[in-house]
Design a protein around this ligand. Sequence first.
Ligand code: NCD
Length: 364
Amino acid sequence: MDYQQAVKDYINFKNLSPKDKMWTFFDEDMLLQSFVFTQQLDKKGVLELIRLAHTLQKHYDVREFRQNIKTILGGYSCVLYFTQPSSRTFLSFSLAAQALGMSVEEIRDPSTSSAVKGETEIDTLLTMAALTDLIVMRQNSKSLIEDVAFELKVRGLKTRLINGGSGTDQHPTQALLDVYTLGVDRNLNGTYKVAMMGDLKHSRTVRSLSYMLAMFNNVQQIFIAPDEYQIEKDITDHLTEHGVVFTLSNNKAEHIRELDGLYIIRLQDEYHELGVKEGTFDNFKLYAYDLSIMKEDAAIMHPLPRRDEIPVFVDFDSRAEYWEAVEKGKFIRMALILTMFGYDDEFWFRLNNGSLLKPALREK
Ligand code: NCD
């Protein structure tokens, strides 16, 4: 393709809705080349990833299994380009890639990259694409990742790309681990009421989770926030379009008794232009009284990091799921990487014929 055509294609691409853009992000075998938006998956795809993650997690204590899955992507490489702070997402991607045998490099501080020499971020990312098989990126910008996905496609590069958090827009792998944690896959005929509470306006994890839960028509969504921090209209439009039952509320007390899942987030003040009026979020935190009236089997969730919206004593309540969710995050990311490299069928085959659970055969 020549340059003029690439520029035209880019202009057309930027004018597409996320729904139409996402077809650019698959390769010729219809494998996900770039995972940018939650909406690129469908319910079946989400359930398959959860099943794969669950299987990986189930066998992970078997030493031979760990050793054998380390050969699956041995020789492949991954770079983590994280220019925003991260502990969990960064570490779990790094360990997930290494658990599958990939070598992992990182760039976290742009002052150590060629950005200081005036290189554009796209050129820095093209360098990573030239050298590695997988880029996972997290950054402040909402749109850089889709531009990178477009560049990979237009330049015919095979490098895979995963969104580890794109500004206030999306965090699709967090949504995967949240749905895995919530366990909606365990009872597809049951009805669930799931509330998201806090600074919903600026939360990429809530946006991605809402898109993903919208795939499950047995899940009702409740958004609990001060009015000026409510979820954005593009999400409620999407829910309406897909016939999802949802409620906007500023009153936790009205809903807390009936919830099957409560997903709480911290104040996302790195994205605020103005300060927050003191006390604004006091009624959007979890207190001992809330625990006393919540359902016995409700799931209390949080993407972490937390501040004071979930006090530490809640960690000891059997409904607290957020620490276990951290571990699940590694396995769902392993499942995603395997799937994006086309290894899910081979994985099942090798698991079913026992070779992944047996000691590896030594060469004579
Ligand atoms: C979240 C994020 O970075 O969006 N953290 C995470 O990835 N687990 C949530 C947050 O920072 O509040």
